[in-house]
Design a protein around this ligand. Structure first.
Ligand code: GZL
Length: 326
């Protein structure tokens, strides 16, 4: 009889501790007991100076905010981002944030995060999901506006001229929001002057190496190039190497417009090898951490948060360079 009572008591004790284990998740949601907010972040990769600056901003801001950051680099592959997000769900992080490498193919994994009760924040790039309840907010630039700024500057430079202006366009990663929208904004803006036409448009995947390779091919196959419009500084800098190797002067024989305004791009602009840069700020870290805390606390946040940015001429670059943070 005594043995039976002891066995029953032991069973009850084990059951209680097991339940305590399941329900023991602290309010941070991560099963940790230090109460720190746990943020899972899936980054596109390390394809450009912009991306490096963006990663630095996020990692520094997480440390400053006392947020535990689980950071994953997808090396430019959507499947790795999806894998990372699923892992964050399994780990029961408090908030998930990511910069989607391309716009499509996210609904399923975002629905899993929603079903798991984990809020998602989009940073930098957008998704084309129709269901806006799949994420709490999108923090990033207006890429159409960036393309428009680039096109408007070129139209202004050719005001009153009637000679044809042949533009070569180095597009970003195929299917990425910045590539789609920077092309759209630029194409719309240059309609103001029918003499300006894009004679060749090809992806350089936002990297310096591919920008150089693609530009080498275009220089061979395109007789008259007046302007290069590159969707980021890195592709523009790679193209400059190809232009110089072909015996032409970048910024003079070929007018060059890029987007981002990272240090190397701004230096080339100040040196006269680039003519105009549209800024795209990578410094999203502090705003992201603030948003993570708010969504974790159940506060309502704006569904779309635009980043502040400007444009630079060669003279403005010379003045701005000493104070640039990236
Ligand atoms: C823009 C960002 C783009 C940058 C590129 O917000 O997604 O990706 O313009 C980067 O330099 O590779």
């Amino acid at each position: 009889m005594r043995v039976k009572m002891m066995a029953a008591a032991l069973t009850g004790l084990l059951a209680v501790s097991a339940l305590a284990g399941c329900g023991g998740k602290d309010d941070a949601g991560s099963g940790k007991d230090d109460g720190k907010l746990v943020l899972g972040f899936s980054q596109v990769g390390a394809e450009s100076g912009w991306r490096t600056a963006n990663t630095n901003s996020i990692q520094t801001a997480a440390a400053d905010a006392g947020i535990e950051l689980k950071f994953s680099d997808a090396q430019g592959k959507q499947e790795k981002q999806i894998e990372a997000i699923r892992s964050f769900i399994t780990q029961k992080v408090d908030v998930i944030a990511f910069s989607p490498v391309v716009t499509s193919g996210w609904d399923s994994v975002l629905k899993d995060a929603k079903d798991a009760g984990i809020p998602v924040i989009l940073t930098d790039r957008a998704v084309d999901s129709q269901d806006k309840s799949l994420y709490k907010t999108f923090l990033g630039s207006d890429f159409v506006k960036e393309g428009t700024e680039a096109g408007n500057w070129l139209v202004k430079q050719n005001e009153g001229k009637t000679t044809p202006v042949n533009v070569v366009e180095l597009q970003g990663t195929v299917g990425a929001a910045p590539a789609i929208d920077r092309q759209k904004g630029f194409a719309e803006a240059i309609k103001a002057n029918p003499n300006i036409t894009v004679v060749k448009s090809q992806s350089g995947n936002f990297t310096r190496a591919e920008g150089k390779t693609v530009m080498e091919g275009i220089l061979q196959s395109t007789p008259k190039i007046d302007v290069l419009y590159a969707h980021n500084d890195d592709m523009g800098l790679g193209a400059i190497e190809a232009i110089e190797a072909a015996g032409k002067k970048p910024g003079k024989d070929i007018t060059i417009i890029t987007v981002d305004a990272v240090k190397d791009g701004m230096t080339a602009l100040a040196d006269g090898k680039i003519n105009f840069i549209v800024e795209c700020s990578p410094l999203l870290g502090p705003q992201l951490m603030d948003l993570a805390k708010k969504v974790h606390a159940g506060e309502t946040v704006e569904p779309r948060i635009l980043t502040e940015e400007t444009t630079f001429t060669q003279e403005q670059a010379k003045a701005a360079l000493p104070d640039r943070k990236y």
